[in-house]
Design a protein around this ligand. Sequence first.
Ligand code: NAG
Ligand code: NAG
Length: 277
Amino acid sequence: LLLLLAKLSCSTHPVYLWRDAASNEQLTCQRCPPGTFVKHHCTREQPTRCEPCPDLHYTQYWNYLEKCRYCNVICGERQVEVQQCNSTHNRVCQCQEGYYSETEFCVRHSKCPPGFGVEKLGTPFENTQCSACPHGFFSSSTSSTKPCQPHQDCEQQGKVVNVEGNQYHDTLCTSCGQERSNGTQGPAPGDEDCEQAMIDFVAYQNIPIKKLKRLQQILEHPSRKQAPRTRAAMQEKFRAFLTHLREGHPVTQELLVALRTAKLHSIEEQVRRRFLL
Ligand SMILES: *[C@@H]1O[C@H](CO)[C@@H](O)[C@H](O)[C@H]1NC(C)=O
Ligand SMILES: *[C@@H]1O[C@H](CO)[C@@H](O)[C@H](O)[C@H]1NC(C)=O
């Protein structure tokens, strides 16, 4: 019981051993609480004398330091101060928004490329975590915040699937085929919905990059420079190009001719059958 009491009193009044210079006697002195330091060590007659730390100095624990520690943490580039220096704590810095700390430096959070979504947002301490979009999901952007999105459901919108979604792009729906199935009429030539559906259909076929470039050249007349490297990016670009072209004039016939010129006969055939051309 005595031991226990001694221990309890120890934890409430932390002490230290100190050899008194005058008497050369070993004394048990009381420590100073956080935020203060030892101004005078105890003597036989006097208890320890503690004093508050001066500005920009601190002591975090019960101590017998003769000086407080200096707040020596300095926030660097791309860091923000998250805890000010006070009498009991050193300054604490953290990487600013959008950055995480890696071996002393603040590095910008990675972005997930198309086909990959953000699994876990980056923090001041950890980089973004990306993962490949699972079946039924896609991500078409390069982003440090966007997760994979589920493919849209055409049926729910009363439409039909024109292009199946994949890892890189959403499912594309159309109402183009529906009028036809009512048996009333085929798509009117120059019908904008159907023309867009045809563009989408062609753009997302598994056409080799070389052929895609060739197609674009045929349709573009004076060819421009520098195409994107991946097929997914090339498909997006080609689709945007055709959509833009369509805003000027109908492109259906032009596109069919281009498919033939590029020797993409089976795709031309599929388009004719699907869109009743
Ligand atoms: C010093 O800052 C810490 C952390 O912000 C806080 O918990 C503590 O109460 C502060 N101490 C004083 C004496 O203000
Ligand atoms: C086709 O049928 C659907 C319902 O089956 C109807 O809502 C739609 O108006 C019809 N379209 C035409 C062009 O008749």
